[in-house]
Design a protein around this ligand. Sequence first.
Ligand code: SF4
Ligand code: SF4
Length: 129
Amino acid sequence: MIQGVSAHHLPSKWEWTLTYVVDEKCIKCKTTDCVVVCPVNCFYEGENMLVIHPDECIDCGVCVPECPVDAIKPDTEPGLEKWLALNRKYAQKWPHITVKKDMPKDARDHWDEMGKFDKYFSPNPGQGD
Ligand code: SF4
Ligand code: SF4
């Protein structure tokens, strides 16, 4: 408890952006332009997507305009609970990525594809740095 502030007056989760999360639009992208602008290096690499560690992200939003498919969103947007849980789970399992890598040759072919999680998601780790 913060001295002089009751829990009643603290902002709730839905009034206060806590982190940004990566959703399924990221699958098969890996342009990794998002990674190099992050001031706190809080991206982690799976076999075919990235996630953000919710406890390390400082909510700055700098990575958002770097993403060509709008895969990075503030967790205050409705309907992102699944992706917040996935980001948290895999940020603890996958290796850290802080440098840009060559994007897959077919990345652009999948940018506008729907339903990528069911078709392609892999729980396997990426290479990391
Ligand atoms: S730019 Fe967007 S879609 Fe591409 S790797 Fe980064 S978060 Fe994923
Ligand atoms: S919002 Fe800021 S701190 Fe969070 S992942 Fe993006 S660049 Fe990093």
